[in-house]
Design a protein around this ligand. Structure first.
Ligand code: MIC
Length: 654
C-alpha cells in the first residue's frame, strides 16, 4: 500500500497495535479528547475511579453545552463539579454558555493530522479539518485521557467523490441528507467516509463540518476530509494559521468502497419523522403547515448558516403561526452575528434568540406543540427526542428552514425566487473573525490540590460484578430494527439532569418503548438476578451515551441478543460488562418472544474460546428451543467483559 488516502495516512501515523486490515481491531494513539457535560460527568467520575493524576493527551477539553437549563440545583451542581474535575485532571474548561463543543473545538483546538476521541457521537465533526475524530463511549475517552490507546475495528474506507457545482439554494446539509437518502442510518456502519474530488472547492471548512457531523447519523466510524487551502483559510480566520498542515490523499490512492455525488444534481432535501434516514426532496412535502423552525446546533453551526437565514428573512416578518427559534452556536459566533448584522436582521423578522448550546437538539427546552410540525437544522429526529410525545420533527438546511419560517409551510427555498423575487444570497467569508476566548478556562499547574465539588445529585459509580457462567433470566423486551439510544434512555430536560445519578436515571430505561420496564426489571433482578433484551438490526444507534448500557446494567441486564449493533453501543456494552450476543442464524430472532426465559450455560468458557454460545429458550408451556449465538469480541474485549467491564480491568492493572 504505497499510495495512501487521507484516512490511511491518519491511521498509519497513529497505529500502536494491530494491522490496517478491515475488521481487525487496531489500537490508536490519541492526541485530543473532547468531553461534553451530559456524558462528561460520568467520564470525570470514571477518571476519579481510575485514579488518574493528570490528562496525558495533548489537549483535552470539558465543554458544557447540553444541560444548560437550570430548573433546580442539579445542572448547576454538575457545572461546578465539571469545572473542579477539569481543573483536577488538567483539562480545559469551556464554561456554560460558551458554545457547542464541536464547532468551538474546531475553531479553537482542532489540528489537521491529529486524532481525537470525544464522548459524543458527533465528535466526528472534527474530521472537517483533516483529523481522525471518533465519537465513543465515555470510558473509552477516559482511557485515552489516561494515555491508553483507543481500540476500534479497522473500518473500510468509502471514498465519496464530489464533482460539479453546488446549485443555488442547496447547501452542505443537502449533501449529507443525500448520503442519508442513499445509505440510510446504518449504511455507514464499519466504514470511514472520506470525501474527495473537485467538488470539495464548493465546501467551506464549516460546510465540511456539517457533513462530517452527520456522518454519525449514517452510523459511520467517522468522516474524513483532506486538509487543503480551504482548511488553511479557515484556521487563518481563527488566528491559528500556524496550526495548519497540508494533508492530502496521494494521487492514485485507492478506496475499498466508492460513491459519487454530482453536486449540480442536488435539490433541497428534508428528513421526515422519525429518522434522519427518512429523506425526500423538500418539494415532495411542500405546503404542509408548520409551527416551529429552529436554526442552529452542531449540524449547522457556521456563521454562514445563520447569515443565509437572516438574508432570507431580512426586512420581512416570519409567519405568525411559527415560533422562529435561533440557537447561536457560540458566544464568538454571536459576536460575529452582531457585527455583520445577522443578529439584527433575524430579531427584526421575529426570531426568538436562545443561549449558545445544544438546547432543543437534545430536548433541553424548545419542545414543539402537540401534533404540529417542527423544522430543524439539527442532526436527529428520533421519536420523542424533542420532548413532545409523537413529535413530527423534520431535518433540513437553514435555507429550507428560513423559507418555511416566512411562509408558515414547508417550502422549497428555490420557490423564494418567484414568491419574493429573491436571488440566492451568497456569503462572503471574512478574512478574520472576531475571536472570543473569554469563557475558556486553561488547565492549571497545581492540579493535584483541587477537590472535586460533588453536589447531592452526583453519585459515585457502583461496583459491577464479574461475568457469571450460568444465567436463567427473562426476556424483558423484544425490539425491532434501528432502536435508538433516545429510546433506550431518553434525552430531554427531565432526564438529562440525572446523568450523574445512576440510580435515578436508570428509572427511565426503555420508557419510550415500554413505561413498565423499570418495575419489571427490578422484579427480575430480585427473582432471577437479571434480564436480557432482544433486538433486530443496528441496536442502539445514535448517541454515544454510555448510560444506555450502564443504566440497564444497573437494573441487571446480563446480555443483549441482536442481529447486529451500532458501533459505539457495542463498545459501551462490553465496557460495562454486558454480553453483546448475535444470532448465528438471523431467523432465530423470530423464535424468541418477550416473556420467555433464557438459559445461558458455560458463558465464561465459551466467551473465552470463541465457541458459539448456546441459548436455551424456555417458553411458557415448558417447551424448550435451543439456538446458537456468537460474539465478535477481540481478546482484549473478552478480558474486559469477563472482569465486569473496563473500570474493574483498569483497577486490576493499577
Ligand atoms: C446526541 O446528539 O444524542 C447527544 C446528546 O449529543 C449525544 C450525547 C449524549 O447523549 O449526551 C451524542 O450524540 O453522543
Amino acid at each position: 500500500m504505497s499510495k495512501l488516502n487521507v484516512t490511511q495516512k491518519l491511521i498509519k501515523s497513529h497505529l500502536i497495535e494491530g494491522e490496517m486490515k478491515p475488521g481487525e481491531e487496531i489500537g490508536l494513539k490519541i492526541d485530543q479528547a473532547l468531553l461534553q457535560d451530559a456524558t462528561g460527568t460520568l467520564v470525570q467520575l470514571e477518571l476519579e475511579a481510575m485514579g488518574l493524576d493528570r490528562a496525558k493527551t495533548e489537549v483535552a477539553v470539558q465543554y458544557v453545552d447540553h444541560n444548560l437549563l437550570q430548573t433546580d440545583f442539579k445542572n448547576a451542581d454538575d457545572h461546578k463539579f465539571l469545572k473542579s474535575a477539569a481543573q483536577r485532571f488538567g483539562l480545559w474548561f469551556s464554561r456554560p454558555g460558551n458554545g457547542v463543543s464541536h464547532p468551538v473545538h474546531m475553531e479553537r483546538f482542532g489540528k489537521p493530522g491529529k486524532t481525537l476521541v470525544g464522548s459524543d457521537s458527533h465528535s466526528c465533526a472534527a474530521g472537517s479539518l483533516g483529523m481522525l475524530a471518533i465519537g465513543t463511549g465515555g470510558l473509552d475517552v477516559a482511557a485515552a485521557i489516561a494515555g491508553q490507546p483507543y481500540f476500534v475495528k479497522m473500518p473500510q474506507v468509502m471514498g465519496v467523490k464530489l464533482t460539479g457545482k453546488m446549485p443555488d439554494w442547496v447547501s452542505a446539509k443537502d449533501v449529507v441528507l443525500e448520503m442519508l437518502r442513499r445509505h440510510d442510518v446504518k449504511g455507514g456502519v464499519g466504514k470511514i467516509i472520506e470525501y474527495y474530488g473537485d467538488g470539495l472547492k464548493e465546501l467551506s471548512a464549516m460546510d465540511r463540518h456539517v457533513i462530517a457531523n452527520m456522518g454519525a447519523e449514517l452510523g459511520a466510524t467517522t468522516t474524513v476530509f483532506p486538509s487543503d487551502e480551504e482548511t488553511r483559510r479557515f484556521l487563518k480566520s481563527q488566528d491559528r494559521e500556524e496550526d495548519w498542515t497540508e494533508l492530502l490523499a496521494d494521487e492514485g490512492c485507492e478506496y475499498e468502497l466508492h460513491d459519487e455525488i454530482v453536486l449540480d444534481d442536488l435539490v433541497p432535501l428534508i428528513a421526515l419523522p422519525t429518522s434522519p434516514g427518512n429523506v425526500v426532496p423538500v418539494s415532495e412535502v411542500a405546503g404542509k403547515e408548520i409551527s416551529q423552525v429552529v436554526i442552529g446546533s452542531s449540524a449547522n453551526p457556521g456563521l454562514r448558516d445563520f447569515w443565509v437565514a437572516s438574508a432570507i428573512v431580512k426586512d420581512k416578518s416570519v409567519s405568525p403561526e411559527v415560533s422562529f427559534d435561533i440557537n447561536p452556536t457560540s458566544r464568538q459566533i454571536m459576536q460575529n452575528m452582531i457585527d455583520n448584522k445577522t443578529f439584527g436582521n433575524l430579531i427584526k423578522s421575529g426570531a426568538r434568540f436562545h443561549q449558545s448550546g445544544c438546547m432543543g437538539c437534545i430536548g433541553m427546552g424548545q419542545a414543539p406543540a402537540s401534533g404540529t410540525i417542527s423544522l430543524r437544522t439539527m442532526p436527529r429526529n428520533f421519536p420523542d427526542r424533542s420532548g413532545t410525545k409523537d413529535d413530527q420533527v423534520h431535518l433540513c438546511s437553514p435555507e429550507t428552514a428560513a423559507a418555511s419560517a416566512l411562509t408558515g409551510k414547508i417550502t422549497d427555498p428555490r420557490d423564494l425566487e418567484e414568491l419574493y423575487d429573491m436571488k440566492y444570497p451568497k456569503f462572503e467569508y471574512p478574512t478574520y473573525e472576531i475571536i472570543n476566548t473569554d469563557m475558556l478556562v486553561a488547565p492549571i499547574d497545581n492540579n493535584k490540590d483541587i477537590e472535586l465539588e460533588k453536589g447531592p445529585n452526583i453519585k459515585t459509580l457502583p461496583h459491577i460484578p464479574k461475568l457469571q457462567s450460568e444465567y436463567r433470566v427473562p426476556v424483558l423486551l423484544k425490539m425491532g430494527d434501528n432502536v435508538s439510544t433516545d429510546e433506550i434512555l431518553k434525552a430531554g430536560a427531565e432526564v438529562l439532569p440525572y446523568r450523574s445519578n445512576l440510580p435515578e436515571i436508570s428509572k427511565y430505561s426503555y420508557t419510550v418503548i415500554d413505561e413498565s420496564f423499570y418495575d419489571r426489571a427490578m422484579k427480575a433482578k430480585d427473582s432471577h438476578g437479571g434480564h436480557v433484551v432482544v433486538a433486530a438490526e443496528n441496536y442502539a444507534q445514535g448517541s454515544s451515551r454510555e448510560h444506555a448500557a450502564l443504566a440497564p446494567k444497573y437494573l441487571g441486564q446480563v446480555a443483549v441478543i441482536a442481529k447486529n449493533y451500532a458501533r459505539i453501543a457495542w463498545q459501551n456494552l462490553v465496557n460495562f460488562g454486558i454480553l453483546p450476543l448475535e444470532f448465528v442464524n438471523e431467523s432465530d430472532y423470530d423464535k424468541i418472544e418477550q416473556g420467555d426465559e433464557i438459559e445461558l450455560k458455560d458463558v465464561v468458557e465459551s466467551v473465552k474460546t470463541g465457541d458459539n454460545i448456546k441459548v436455551i429458550i424456555h417458553k411458557d408451556n415448558d417447551k424448550k428451543i435451543e439456538i446458537e449465538t456468537k460474539h465478535t469480541l477481540s481478546d482484549r474485549q473478552i478480558q474486559i467483559l469477563i472482569k465486569g467491564g473496563i473500570i474493574n480491568d483498569f483497577k486490576e492493572k493499577l
